[in-house]
Write a protein that binds this ligand. Structure first.
Ligand code: MOS
Length: 744
């Protein structure tokens, strides 16, 4: 037993102070001797070839060290496998500077390296390249003919969603029906920290790479494979990450460019991307969708059809679970799901917070609101009539599911019972008021992770895992809580060291699985230290604990003793000193109980209720209240968990009302590539947000019972807002973002 209760407490971030005081060092800030600066030149065309690189002109500038292009790059392998990182969706990953081919607008075509950043940037601006342009296609609506079934992906993250029952017959005989076309736009991640890689040349081919990444080990493996280097010669360090949201799951092109320059020049090199260059990276792909719903006489779903066409690049078939969740969220016997991809002359998309359901559930949840009006049922009641007790897509029971309680508790807090369903029936002064709701579902999983721990004779514990710096989730804090509680130490006695590729392994930090995966490994390693401590204590002369089993011993505040008998306590320090041990150590690997987990569907759910106020004259929409109920297993830290859900809610507001990357198809180029034109909510756009956690007991997801909350928060929000806008105005909008031009 450990009587120190820390898991589940609203604990402030252990790394909060160093972040807000600027003491945390990010990938682009490391000071290394003899650093040179690389600046990327991006293609102005979307398709074609580079015919000439006029390097001589900029090489003549004093201080310019090199211009790297396909003409003079280091040798690179031909084999696609060498470029496959852990998240590669198959196909042929993009290879920067490999040859003269241009595959997308803003493709990196050269790296200029100079003694200063300013000089590199200037030289890059004046570097002339000649191109031979070919016609490109960036318009998804014109590529339907080239669409193909989204393939199963080698990395295991995506399987084609199966259909079930007799969806066509059920549609023909449905009592009530709705059908509509929905569109979720392209979005770019835009974390505060832009991408940066600092490669420290340590001589003799030894590199330390300070990288902005969600995968310390993924970066290391990629660098080693692309440049044929040995792991012992390439260390990747990632201590802090200023947001990533999925964009740093795969190594972006600044990583190989910085490494190449360092290897070629035998000197340290940093490559940092500008905000505009962030729009040359991956993104959430445009999803054009069609949803059809039909009911049984009792209002339950008789049939559900969801088809999606999503954009990908010409070279990689990136697929995400866009229609998958429509087969999971509701009970329905006749389901038709289709997910097509169409290749465009663009960069490959990548995961962005809740990749798949953010687009797909927008369509489904708006369609359900339409069905609520069609059937005359309250939107919550309609959903309850098709409440899924099993995952119908996988035909498995849920390991736990308290979505019903989410509906009830969030609806009660919101005051949903007061809603008059009639559109335009509610007003606040001159403003139209609308109430809408929606729901969401996402995966929970555990991946294999290692952990090492050292308890020193002064009673301090250090736990170690190589997972990259916290992406905003509060990982380090939760890890310290788990370690401290498991061993019976105050939080202040625990240090978590992370973010180096020489440390015990971690999966990429994504998929809402880090707390459950690394946390489980940390719990396991601390349990081993407990056992060691108890064994050592029992070996002491006159040990009052000699006969005691582990359950009769209490670990608390750095001491162990018989349960409820403080006079028998001995401090960890005394145990170590009595044995003349400077420290105790343990190292473990924790793997998911795959056999048991495979029998279940392990999911996190939410229910979102929202109030909007719409100005009928100028079309302004303001989200005045948002209440979200979340069922995500055990909440390890209500403070950081709430932070994550709040972030998702804010993003949902942005997705509903502002966010969209607009392609100018004449150039095949994203035009609003700056935060001045790519609109995001600011503080003044956000009013009341409330998060309710409905805790679930779940020992299947992982030993901690935590399902992870990194992604669930965003789900349902944009649909709930679209539904509220309909309620306020009577205008049904099926395409995001809901901007005033669409509303007026
Ligand atoms: Mo997440 S979209 O797996 O970072």
């Amino acid at each position: 037993m450990s009587s120190t209760t820390l898991i589940g407490q609203p604990t402030s971030r252990v790394d909060g102070a160093i972040k807000v005081t600027g003491a945390a060092t990010y990938a682009g800030e490391f000071v290394v001797p003899g650093l040179a600066y690389g600046y990327v030149v991006n293609s102005p065309i979307a398709k074609g070839r580079i015919t000439q690189v006029h390097s001589a002109e900029v090489l003549a500038l004093p201080g310019v060290l090199a211009v790297f292009s396909h003409e003079n790059r280091l040798p690179l392998p031909d084999d696609d496998n060498c470029y496959m990182d852990q998240l590669a969706p198959g196909g042929s990953p993009f290879r920067p500077l490999f040859d003269a081919t241009i595959k997308f607008n803003m493709q990196p075509v050269a790296l200029v390296v100079a003694e200063t950043y300013e000089l590199a940037r200037y030289a890059a601006a004046v570097l002339r390249l000649d191109y031979e342009q070919e016609p490109h296609q960036t318009d998804l609506s014109k590529q339907r003919g080239a669409a193909f079934k989204a393939p199963h992906q080698a990395n295991g993250f995506y399987d084609y969603p199966p259909s079930r029952g007799l969806p066509e017959q059920a549609w023909a005989s449905a009592t009530h029906r709705v059908a509509g076309d929905y569109a979720h736009p392209t979005q770019h991640h835009n974390p505060m920290e832009t991408f940066a890689t600092t490669v420290e040349w340590r001589g003799d081919g030894q590199l330390t790479v300070y990288d902005k990444t969600q995968g310390t080990f993924n970066s290391q493996q990629y660098i080693c494979n692309v440049f044929n280097l040995k792991k012992e010669n390439v260390q990747v360090h990632s201590y802090f990450v200023g947001g990533a949201f999925g964009l740093a799951l795969r190594p972006n092109y600044q990583v190989p460019l910085a490494v190449m320059a360092a290897l070629a020049l035998k000197r340290s090199v940093r490559v940092t991307l500008t905000r505009q260059q962030m729009f040359s990276l991956s993104y959430r792909p445009l999803a054009l969708q069609h949803v059809k719903l039909g009911t049984n006489p009792d209002g339950s779903l008789a049939t559900l059809h969801h088809e999606a066409l999503q954009a990908t690049s010409q070279f990689e078939p990136y697929a995400e679970t866009v229609t998958h969740w429509s087969g999971v969220l509701y009970r329905c016997d006749n389901v038709k799901l289709e997910h097509l991809l169409a290749p465009l002359d663009v960069m490959t998309p990548v995961s962005m917070r809740a990749p798949g359901p953010t687009s797909g559930l927008f369509a489904l949840e708006v369609a359900l609101d339409e069905l609520a009006y069609e059937t005359g049922l309250d939107p919550v009641e309609l959903r309850l009539r098709s409440y899924a007790d099993r995952n119908g897509l996988m035909d498995k029971p849920f390991s736990s599911k308290k979505l019903r309680e989410c509906y009830q508790q969030a609806a009660a807090r919101f005051g949903w019972a007061q809603r008059n369903p009639e559109p335009r029936s509610m007003r606040h002064g001159d403003l139209l008021v609308g109430w809408g709701m929606a729901s969401g579902v996402w995966d929970s999983s555990q991946a294999e992770a290692g952990a090492q721990a050292t308890l020193t004779a002064d009673g301090k514990l250090t736990v170690v895992n190589g997972v990259n710096g916290d992406i905003g989730t509060g990982t380090a804090t939760v890890i310290c809580q788990i370690a401290a509680e498991t061993l019976g130490l105050p939080l202040s006695a625990v240090t978590f060291r992370q973010g180096e590729s020489t440390m015990p392994a971690a999966p990429v930090q994504g998929a809402s699985w880090t707390a459950g995966s690394v946390g489980t490994a940390v719990q396991k390693v601390c349990r081993q230290l407990r056992e060691q401590l108890l064994t050592l204590a029992q070996q002491l002369p006159d040990s009052p604990w000699r006969q005691a089993g582990p359950s009769e011993i209490e670990f608390t505040d750095g001491k162990l003793g018989l349960l409820g008998q403080p006079e028998t306590q001995i401090s960890f320090s005394e145990v170590l000193r009595a044995h003349r041990l400077p420290h105790l150590e343990a190292e473990v690997t924790a793997s998911p109980d795959a056999k048991r987990q495979q029998q279940y569907s392990v999911n996190v759910h939410n229910a979102v209720f929202v109030e909007v106020q719409v100005d009928p004259v100028i079309g302004t929409v303001r989200v005045t209240r948002l209440v979200e109920g979340v069922a995500a297993g055990r909440i390890l830290n209500p403070k950081t968990a709430r932070n994550q859900v709040l972030g998702g809610m804010v993003w949902g507001i942005g997705a509903a009302l502002m966010e969209e990357t607009v392609m100018d198809h004449r150039f095949g180029r994203f035009m609003n590539h700056s935060l001045a034109e790519y609109h995001l909510p600011v503080n003044a756009d956000i009013r009341e947000l409330e998060v309710i956690f409905v805790e679930e007991e779940d020992d299947i997801v992982n030993p901690l019972g935590a399902k992870g909350v990194g992604e669930i928060g965003i789900l349902g929000v944009s649909a709930a807002i679209a539904n509220a806008v309909y309620h306020a105005t009577g205008r049904r909008l099926r395409e995001l973002p809901i901007t005033r031009d669409k509303l007026l």
